[in-house]
Design a protein around this ligand. Structure first.
Ligand SMILES: [Zn+2]
Length: 238
C-alpha cells in the first residue's frame, strides 16, 4: 500500500510562515477553572498536566455550557511538555514503521507529521506545547464516552478526519454536537483529527487566515517534570 497522501490541511511549510506574537498569557488549571470539564481516559502512560492558556480554558468552559443537557466535554489533554511530545512522536513513528516497513523515511515523515507534530521545529512549536491546543471529546453527563468513530475502531486512522467517510449516523451526530459547541466558543478544528481543537496557536491562525498567532511554546512557572518521564523511549499506550 502506498503512503496515504499527507493532509493538505496544515503543512508545516505553511505554518512556519505565520509569525508568533507571544502575548504572555499564563497557563491555568482548566479543571480548577471549570470543574464541569471531565478528564477523559489517558491514551498514553505518563503524568498528564491539566493546563491550558487562560482564554482557551475559558472558551472550553463556555463550550461545555453550550452543549445540550445530558452532555459534557471530556478533555484528553491540553498543554503537553516538550519531552512528552518528543516521545509521542517516536511512538507514532514506530507505529507506522511497523505497519509499513517498506516506506522510506521521507514518506514516513510525511505521514507521521500529519498525526503528531514534529517536536523540534525551530519556527513551528508543536501546538500542545503552546497551551493553545486541546484534545477533547464528548461524554454523557455521567462521564460515559460517546461513539465518535463507528464503524471504525477508535485507533483506525481512517476515522480520524472530521469528515471521515462512511461514519455511522451516531458518530456523525456526536461529532457535530462537539463541533457546534467548540466552534461557537471560538475554537477551530484541525480537520485531520476531529478531537484536536485550538485557539491562539499557528494552526488557529492558519485556519482563520489571521496574520499572526498569539501563543508560542510555553512552560509552567516552577515546573518540575518527573525524572522518569524525561527519557528517549517512545511513550507506551495506556
Ligand atoms: Zn491534539
Amino acid at each position: 500500500m502506498p503512503p496515504p497522501l499527507p493532509s493538505p490541511a496544515e503543512p508545516v511549510s505553511a505554518l512556519r510562515r505565520i509569525p508568533i506574537a507571544e502575548c504572555g498569557q499564563p497557563l491555568v488549571d482548566f479543571q480548577a477553572l471549570c470543574p464541569e470539564l471531565l478528564l477523559d481516559r489517558p491514551r498514553y502512560r505518563y503524568q498528564r498536566e491539566t493546563l491550558l492558556r487562560r482564554t482557551v480554558a475559558e472558551r472550553l468552559c463556555a463550550a461545555n455550557r453550550r452543549l445540550p443537557s445530558g452532555y459534557r466535554l471530556a478533555v484528553i489533554e491540553g498543554w503537553r511538555a516538550p519531552h512528552i511530545q518528543r516521545r509521542m512522536y517516536l511512538a507514532t513513528w514506530n507505529w507506522w514503521k511497523a505497519r509499513h516497513p517498506q516506506w522510506s523515511d521521507a514518506a514516513l515523515r510525511r505521514v507521521v507529521n500529519r498525526f503528531t507534530a514534529p517536536p523540534d521545529h525551530r519556527r513551528v512549536p508543536p501546538p500542545h506545547t503552546t497551551g493553545g491546543a486541546v484534545d477533547v471529546m464528548l461524554a454523557t453527563a455521567g462521564g460515559t464516552s460517546l461513539d465518535h468513530h463507528s464503524p471504525y475502531e477508535a485507533f483506525d486512522p481512517r476515522s480520524y478526519p472530521m469528515n471521515a467517510l462512511e461514519l455511522s449516523e451516531e458518530a456523525r451526530r456526536t461529532r457535530s454536537l462537539l463541533a457546534e459547541a467548540l466552534g461557537a466558543a471560538g475554537l477551530t478544528n484541525y480537520p485531520s483529527e476531529y478531537w484536536h481543537w485550538s485557539y491562539g496557536d499557528q494552526g488557529w491562525a492558519y485556519r482563520g487566515s489571521r496574520a499572526q498567532a498569539i501563543y508560542g511554546a510555553v512552560e509552567p512557572e516552577n515546573w518540575n517534570p518527573r525524572p522518569e518521564e524525561i527519557s528517549d523511549d517512545p511513550l507506551e499506550t495506556a
